[in-house]
Design a protein around this ligand. Structure first.
Ligand SMILES: Cc1cc2nc3c(=O)[nH]c(=O)nc-3n(C[C@H](O)[C@H](O)[C@H](O)COP(=O)(O)OP(=O)(O)OC[C@H]3O[C@@H](n4cnc5c(N)ncnc54)[C@H](O)[C@@H]3O)c2cc1C
Length: 308
């Protein structure tokens, strides 16, 4: 039992923060589905995070690092081991580094991306306006190399601070993270603690105008108010997964309570009491139809996690 193996650090005051056992992941994911995590912890400080990671590694307990759960599909049987939420690693400010035309912002992994965009706009820092409307935390955005309208996290990232399984902290430059489309690699992994991003300068009102425009474009084309995990499939080279899914006649297709959005075909919506098994079933059915129609094999963009 994971709770028993981690008992020592919880009992001996080596952990500050919230601990939940058998915690339903449906309560934490934007899709509102997913079985329980054996243990979910919300460390409040670096030492607590270090102690949990160190103990889990020593006991060979699997660890899953959790952001805001906006890109996750958690299986119905849930997640084995310990799920670590970084929601309390939340701060944003300037590092003081500047070359006159650019500034560097430092933020904790649990800072909502929207909060960083707001901070940047208010302070006349430009470069991430196109990310307006992407939910989730900074750690998840960096790990997923989140992006929209041609801008990705890798374009502005300078470095990340990470913690490895033994609790050791180090800094990684952008070039060490092996970024590609909605993907990165954390050689020193597994936890991103914070990141530095470099932005240019512009008038706050100009930045606000662009953010508003990008957000409006998203609101017009994406079902932002309904429970989803964003785009289900990656865009294949030179095409858009949403266009291919729509062309294959999949809009409105449904398995159980999961439905292909009629607003944007690459979004699958939880219409009520959706199960992960239904979601995966619908993914397979859509993938097959797209393959029959276009010969293209779609790859998942969402992260599937949990016991099979
Ligand atoms: C309505 C909607 C719209 C969306 N629009 C976009 C879009 O336009 N562009 C886009 O790219 N994405 C989009 N997404 C997907 C999602 O919001 C992004 O991928 C987001 O960056 C994920 O962040 P998160 O904090 O929720 O990560 P999570 O979903 O919690 O985790 C995602 C992955 O990151 C890892 N991770 C999270 N935090 C850390 C950390 N601190 N250290 C190490 N690993 C970590 C997790 O282990 C997991 O593998 C959208 C999602 C929704 C629901």
């Amino acid at each position: 039992m994971v709770d028993y193996k981690l008992k020592e650090i919880f009992d001996k005051g080596l952990f500050r923060g919230v601990i939940k056992f058998d915690e339903p992941m449906a309560a934490h994911t934007s899709l509102r589905l997913g079985g329980p995590a054996e243990v979910m912890v919300f460390p409040e400080d670096l030492a607590s995070l270090q102690n949990v990671l160190h103990a889990a590694t020593g006991e060979k307990i699997p660890v899953f690092v959790f952001g805001a759960g906006t890109n996750l599909l958690v299986t119905d049987t849930g997640i084995e081991g310990v799920v670590i939420s970084l929601r309390d690693f939340r701060d944003v400010g300037f590092t003081g580094e500047t070359d006159g035309s650019s500034v560097v912002i430092h933020a904790g992994a649990g800072t909502p991306l929207a909060g960083i965009l707001h901070f940047a706009q208010k302070n006349g820092c430009s470069g991430i306006e196109a990310l307006a409307g992407i939910p989730g935390y900074l750690g998840g955005a960096v790990y997923m190399n989140a992006g929209s309208f041609g801008v990705e996290m890798k374009d502005v990232l300078v470095s990340v601070t990470v913690m490895n399984g033994s609790g050791e902290v180090s800094m990684l430059g952008r070039d060490k993270m092996d970024f590609s489309y909605r993907q990165s690699n954390l050689p020193e992994g597994p936890v991103i603690l914070s990141a530095d991003i470099a932005l240019g300068r512009d008038k706050p009102e100009e930045i606000a105008g662009r953010m508003k425009e990008f957000l409006q474009r998203k609101k017009n084309t994406q079902p932002l108010g309904e429970p989803s995990a964003g785009c289900v499939f990656k865009n294949p080279e030179g095409d858009a997964a949403g266009r291919l899914i729509e062309a294959a006649g999949c809009k409105g297709m449904r398995t159980g309570d999961v439905e292909v959005s009629s607003v944007h075909a690459n979004y699958f919506i939880n219409k009520g009491r959706a199960k992960c098994a239904d979601f995966i079933g619908l993914m397979e059915a859509v993938k097959e139809r797209v393959r029959e129609q276009s010969g293209i094999i779609l790859e998942p963009e969402i992260t599937i996690v949990g016991k099979k």
